[in-house]
Write a protein that binds this ligand. Structure first.
Ligand code: NAD
Ligand code: TYD
Length: 340
């Protein structure tokens, strides 16, 4: 496996994966295929332009002709698909683009994988497809019970991936990861939002009571897991990726404030997200059997992430001062009431 097509490689996890692969494998070529939506950012890939093993193609995964032309031009051996609309709150405001990219776009990439007979198609999916898990932990064989338009679109993508394995023998794998944190995460997701707001002494908007739980993992650990599944995973299989440790949002917010030496009075409880999933939790035994271990505890992951945002204001200030971000912020937070 030499020539990788990394769809969505200009986004948060995709760009980390590109850096990871180029560091790890000297003989791999990486072709980033990305539409550059609001979440795609060439700053995430800065410095790679000079690397002969790296190429960038500006394209939409829903565009069959462009995908096929890229597959042909770069003699692609494997596709890793990160491309998606990814933010739950946006999926509540406008679900259409989620269905288009996360379901139809996945179908287009699978068609290309089938047509070109590639070695592996890997789909990067999420723990959210299992729906909220109040007790215990999700196993890969559990029923999909997505509850937000984002999660439902990702579940649709996963089912299509499986259908292409069963129906056409495309060698597919899927990873379902828990929440990632780390460098280059667009500051609409809770951790970078809270860090950057805190740095500017702005309120940290906690949805509802803040007792919801997420398993926050360091993005580099997730990249390692994808690498392992790509090379050692069995076609047709799904692998969960997470630390197995969940943290309440309110505790995560307090930890960020403590790391930044900011007062807890910045925490502001606001109107909850509709249909807000209280908890996700993954059983990752299947992946561990392939030799993977999460290298960072939540505390280490959060500390590294906070440090990165402190040291890289150039990256996030550009985004947060932009028109698009400000409009989104007003749309998502403007109407929410501050709860007592
Ligand atoms: P992101 O929103 O930061 O990046 C998405 C990338 O996909 C962007 O570069 C964007 O330009 C690109 N893209 C969107 N639509 C496209 C299209 N139609 N054609 C081509 N490119 C398109 O997302 P992320 O947080 O890096 O997530 C990457 C993947 O991992 C997603 O599939 C997501 O569902 C999954 N995932 C994310 C998390 C998380 O915590 N962020 C956790 C588990 C799984
Ligand atoms: P988010 O980063 O949007 O990821 P996801 O909902 O896909 O897990 O949100 C993580 C958690 O933080 C989730 O429980 C919702 C909560 N949250 C807030 O409390 N306030 C916010 O402003 C945001 C964006 C999220």
């Amino acid at each position: 496996m030499r020539n990788l097509l990394i769809a969505g490689g200009a986004g948060f996890i995709g760009s980390n994966f590109v850096h990871y692969i180029l560091e790890r494998y000297s003989d791999y070529r990486v072709v980033v295929y990305d539409k550059l939506t609001y979440a795609g950012n060439l700053d995430n890939l800065k410095g790679l332009e000079r690397d002969p093993r790296y190429a960038f193609v500006h394209g939409d995964i829903c565009d069959m002709d462009r995908v096929e032309e890229t597959m042909r031009q770069y003699k692609i051996d494997a596709i890793v698909n990160f491309a998606a609309e990814t933010h739950v709150d946006r999926s509540l405001m406008s679900p259409g683009s989620f269905i288009q990219t996360d379901v139809y776009g996945t179908y287009v990439l699978l068609e290309a994988a089938k047509k070109f007979g590639i070695e592996r198609y890997h789909q990067v999916s999420t723990d959210e497809v299992y729906g909220e898990v109040l007790q215990g932990s999700s196993r890969e064989s559990d029923m999909l019970a997505a509850r937000s338009p984002y999660a439902a679109s990702k579940a649709g993508g996963d089912l299509m991936v499986y259908a292409y394995f069963i129906s056409f023998g495309v060698p597919t794998t899927i990873t379902r990861g828990s929440n990632n944190i780390g460098p280059y995460q667009y500051p609409e997701k809770v951790v970078p939002l809270f860090i950057t707001n805190a740095l500017d002494n702005l309120p940290l908007p906690i949805y509802g009571d803040g007792q919801q739980m997420r398993d926050y993992q360091y993005v580099w650990d997730h990249c390692e897991a994808i690498d392992i599944v790509l090379h050692k995973g069995k076609p047709g299989e799904v692998y969960n990726v997470g630390t197995g440790v969940e943290t309440r949002n309110i505790d995560m917010a307090r930890m960020i404030l403590k790391l930044l030496n900011k007062p807890e009075s910045l925490i502001q409880h606001v109107t909850d997200r509709p249909g807000h999933d209280r908890r996700y939790s993954l059983n990752c035994d299947k992946l561990k059997a392939l030799g993977w271990r999460s290298a960072h505890t939540f505390e280490q992951a959060l500390e590294k992430t906070v440090r990165w945002y402190v040291e890289n204001e150039w990256w996030w200030r550009k985004i947060k001062s932009g028109e698009h971000y400000r409009e989104y912020y007003e749309r998502n937070y403007g109407q929410r009431q501050v709860l007592k």
